[in-house]
Write a protein that binds this ligand. Structure first.
Ligand code: ZN
Length: 201
């Protein structure tokens, strides 16, 4: 393998779920493409972050701030679905099963990775709840240990610090496979998990 191809394989190898063999296939696929394709793809990667903003309301990443979801007045502003990452938000949106607003935590509780929810992250969420006047918070963390810990931490924080006593807090039900992830759940599973969510408070 030449240095140029080896370098590309090393890049692809960093992608989630891509092993050596797939990385090599991707590199050789590119090798067979015409120059304009390669330039266009290279530019798309190079410019990826040039026109993206983090939404100051929900933490989503899009080409505007506020993001199109927060700007959409047809969405139900009384429900906030709290997700761990923008990948999870994208999975809900792609499934087309939810019409409320989101909040991207951008963090989680994971003792193994020495991660906790930062004070900024908590304040950002509380401000969003207050600004939207949401009536229900759906905590849609992943069905694994870190997701559980994040859920219990959020539940405590919301019980303690939310100024709204009537605020309903719910959690996704587990049609979701334990140890699995929202990102890879199919539409039906996600729909069931959302519809049969469990009211925590
Ligand atoms: Zn937003």
């Amino acid at each position: 393998m030449t240095d140029s191809i080896g370098r590309l394989v090393a890049f692809f190898n960093k992608f989630p779920g891509i092993g050596n063999k797939s990385a090599r296939r991707m590199a050789f696929f590119l090798l067979r493409q015409e120059e304009p394709f390669l330039r266009a793809m290279g530019n798309a990667i190079a410019e990826l972050k040039d026109h993206l903003f983090q939404c100051g309301e929900c933490g989503n990443i899009s080409d505007s701030d506020p993001c199109p979801i927060c700007k959409d007045m047809l969405r139900d502003r009384s429900t906030l679905c709290v997700v761990e990452s923008i990948d999870d938000l994208a999975s809900f949106e792609q499934a087309g099963i939810y019409n409320g607003l989101y909040h991207v935590l951008g963090g989680r509780v994971s003792p193994l990775e020495d991660q906790e929810l930062s004070e900024e992250c908590v304040d950002f969420l509380l401000k969003h709840i207050e600004d939207t006047g949401a009536r229900e918070i759906i905590i849609a963390t992943n069905p694994r240990m870190e997701g559980d810990l994040t859920y219990y931490t959020l539940l405590e924080i919301l019980k303690e610090r939310s100024t709204d006593d009537g605020l309903k807090i719910s959690r996704l039900a587990f049609g979701l496979p334990v140890g699995g992830s929202i990102e890879f759940a199919d539409r039906m599973t996600l729909h069931t998990a959302l519809e049969s969510r469990i009211i925590s408070k």
